[in-house]
Structure formats: structure tokens, C-alpha cells
Write a protein that binds this ligand. Structure first.
Ligand code: ZN
Length: 143
């Protein structure tokens, strides 16, 4: 894929990337150079981590539950992504986090298949909170 077009974002480097951009509606194509692409993706990831970390904390708070004290919602989301967060934690904590993570991932998958529009469905949050609460009641040893 070679192109002599100049990246519209930095106006300097040639376009190297031409990837479908699924984060916008309707789908567009993101045409930028590699450094700009990496920067855009990094910013999106950071925004996603902050936003969903906050949502996760809110969801836990609404259930009256608490995240493990060594975890912020943001750190938990980050750990979902790169797995790096668990390094340095003791084995028991890592297992507990892993169980929480698996349970939450499963709940999200279930809700995605149940609710049209998944996260954008207005019922998503309430159901998510209810499911987390239910799971927590079934696993009091992990609260
Ligand atoms: Zn660029």
C-alpha cells in the first residue's frame, strides 16, 4: 500500500495507513501516517480507559460493592487491556481479580447479545449493575 498523499493530520508525513475506522458512524476510513495513527489510537484508548473505568466504579458503587482496595476502575480496565497490572500483586489477589474480570466479561457478552445496541442501549447500565450484584451475591467470598 503505497501512497504519495500527505497525511492531513500533521501535514508532513506521507499517508501509510488506510484502515476502516469503526469508531465513527457512519464508517469512514482513517487515512493518516503511522505516527498520527498511533497517536489517535493512543488517545482513544486513554479516553476509553478513563470513561469505562469511571463507569465501572459507578457500577460497583451502586451495588454497594467495592473494587478490591488496590484497584481503581481505571486500573482494572487497563489491566483488561494489557494484563500488566496484575504483575506485582500477590497470587490470591490476582486470582480474585481474574474471577471478577471473567465474570464481568461474561456479563457484558450476555448483555450485548440480549440488548440491541449493546452499550448504547438505555437499559444496559441498569442491567449490568443488576447482573454484577447478582454475581456478587452468588460469590460472597469475592466481594
Ligand atoms: Zn501525520
Amino acid at each position: 500500500m503505497s501512497s504519495h498523499e500527505i497525511c492531513p493530520r500533521c501535514g508532513v508525513r506521507p499517508i501509510e495507513i488506510s484502515e476502516p475506522d469503526h469508531t465513527t458512524e457512519p464508517p469512514t476510513t482513517l487515512r493518516v501516517c503511522r505516527p498520527c495513527f498511533d497517536e489517535i489510537m493512543h488517545k482513544r484508548l486513554e479516553a476509553f480507559v478513563r470513561q469505562s473505568g469511571k463507569q465501572l466504579e459507578d457500577a460497583f458503587q451502586q451495588t454497594g460493592s467495592r473494587l478490591p482496595p488496590e484497584l481503581s476502575g481505571e486500573a482494572m480496565v487497563r489491566s483488561f487491556i494489557d494484563g500488566s497490572f496484575e504483575r506485582g500483586l500477590d497470587e490470591a489477589t490476582r486470582q480474585r481479580i481474574e474471577q471478577w474480570r471473567a465474570a464481568i466479561a461474561k456479563i457484558v457478552e450476555q448483555l450485548k447479545s440480549e440488548l440491541p445496541g449493546a452499550h448504547s442501549n438505555p437499559e444496559f447500565e441498569a442491567r449490568f449493575v443488576a447482573r454484577v450484584e447478582q454475581w456478587r451475591n452468588e460469590h460472597p467470598e469475592l466481594s
